[in-house]
Design a protein around this ligand. Structure first.
Ligand code: 4AD
Ligand code: MG
Length: 437
């Protein structure tokens, strides 16, 4: 007997196979039972004829509850009308556990209830689709960087210093006397590995004690962070647009079924093609101010501030592709950013804003190379100098122009899937009021 999985049924048409999974749904109609089996690779409708199976098996199947674990043996029948294109004519089945009272039923549940049952919720069709898109995004990002000569050099999670400001650090007790923080970004270490390998990247979790309860903030999220030696802000923008175009193509190629489940407008993904518009912060501010003059924005945005979510949404609405906003006021950006040589108020940073209101999905830019400048910045930001000595070494021993960026996996996934909130884009989200399950 061939054991296979639902995604491989096309190789077994008219053959007897065994599938191992869980009961997704069960309908009956007189002498017929229609158990839907899910096995993690897909869902298939099975058909059990009362006259074709033993009475014992019929009774066993008839009373199965949702999410009962079972194996089903039967003949694979190609059927265009069936979802997925195949049905199984059941000849035998083995029940491992008959489940009663599975908490998540096909009826509507509230989000809090579903989040409390996240360990079970991830079995449902929509969650499943989102997490598969996430997997494709992760793999596409890795493949893109691997094929482009980047070396994977992962960075530590316990760190002695802050990378992205001190307001949202998670502090942990590190054997009593030393203070450690959960990393906000691997970047400072990436700068070291880029000096070692030329092009490197880190791919791991990042932590921000975000007190804000928004649809795009998690306290723990995953970030892919490439870093390049001998590279400028323009080089960063080139890689950003190529990476995102590559991800969009891979999602469209591999996740057509999932995008259908999510009712995603795929035309929006098809338009993610490099090159992307590059807009200076100054010009983005003008877009906002014009919007105010036209009565489309209530408050007039003043030069110098950081964009909020509604500002980002308004800017990106003016374009049908992601837009790369660069050269922000240094005051709203991190200490390590290089200044624009033509205007010292500006930092050579870029944010990539996704369309459809998804906002910033990438942040990055060119790093300051001057030892003196960084010493000043560390002091001005009240950062503990001794924890940055190793970082400053990078400016003493073979300093070169270098640049990089970080892309948040969850925000990218929410965008690709066209869903409202990042909490559904990671198996077990961590947020302000959510540490369970
Ligand atoms: O813009 P950020 O803070 O940039 C950095 O951390 C840089 N050091 C990265 C680098 O240059 N290597 O974060 C980068 C991206 C954001 O654009 C966003 O996609 C994601 O990380 N991100 C979050 N995602 C979910 N929840 C949060 N609280 C996030 N904070 C940032
Ligand atoms: Mg940012």
């Amino acid at each position: 007997m061939t054991t296979t999985t639902i995604n491989k049924l096309s190789f077994h048409v008219d053959e007897q196979v065994t599938l191992k999974g869980w009961l997704y749904n069960l309908r009956s109609s007189g002498k017929l039972l229609f158990p839907q089996l899910r096995d993690g690779t897909g869902i298939v409708q099975c058909v059990a004829f009362k006259k074709n199976i033993s009475e014992e098996l019929w009774d066993k199947l008839k009373n199965l509850g949702q999410e009962s674990s079972l194996t089903i043996t039967g003949k694979v029948r190609a059927d265009e009308r069936a979802p997925g294109g195949f049905e199984i004519d059941v000849t035998d089945a083995e029940v491992l556990q008959n489940v009663e009272g599975y908490p998540i039923t096909p009826k509507e549940h509230g989000t809090e209830f579903l989040m409390d049952n996240r360990h079970l919720w991830i079995r449902s069709r929509r969650q499943h689709a989102i997490l598969k898109v996430r997997h494709t995004i992760v793999r596409a990002a890795r493949n893109f960087l691997d094929d482009d000569g980047f070396i994977l050099a992962d960075t530590p999670i316990f760190t002695p210093n802050a990378c992205e400001g001190t307001t949202n650090l998670f502090e942990v007790d590190y054997f009593g006397d030393a203070k450690a923080y959960l990393t906000q970004s691997g970047q400072l270490y990436n700068e070291a590995t880029a000096m070692a390998f030329g092009k490197s990247y880190a791919f791991g979790p990042a932590f921000r004690a975000e007190k804000s309860k928004t649809r795009r903030h998690l306290t723990e999220f995953w970030m892919v962070e490439p870093e390049m030696a001998y590279a400028t802000l323009d080089d960063v923008m080139d890689v950003c647009e190529k990476l995102l175009s590559h991800i969009a193509v891979r999602v469209l190629e591999e996740r057509g079924e999932e995008l259908k489940v999510l009712e995603r407008d795929v035309a929006r993904l098809e338009s993610i093609v490099a090159p992307f518009p590059r807009v200076r912060y100054d010009d983005a501010v003008k877009i906002l101010q014009d919007g105010h003059a036209k009565g489309e924005i209530e408050n007039r945005f003043e030069w110098g501030g950081d964009f909020g979510a509604p500002d980002e949404a308004y800017i990106s609405e003016q374009f049908d592709k992601p837009v790369m906003v660069h050269r922000y006021p240094a005051a709203v950006k991190a200490f390590y950013m290089k200044r624009d040589e033509h205007d010292d108020r500006l930092a050579l940073g870029v944010d990539v804003l996704a369309p459809e209101g998804y906002g910033e999905i990438i942040g990055g830019g060119e790093r300051a190379t001057s030892l003196e400048f960084l010493e000043e910045q560390i002091e001005a930001h009240n950062l503990p100098r001794e924890e940055f000595e190793w970082y400053l070494d990078l400016r003493k021993y073979g300093s070169v122009p270098h640049s990089g960026f970080g892309m948040g996996i969850e925000r990218c996934t929410a965008w690709m899937c066209g869903i409202e909130h990042v909490r559904e884009t990671i198996p077990f989200p961590r947020m302000l009021y959510r540490l369970k399950p």
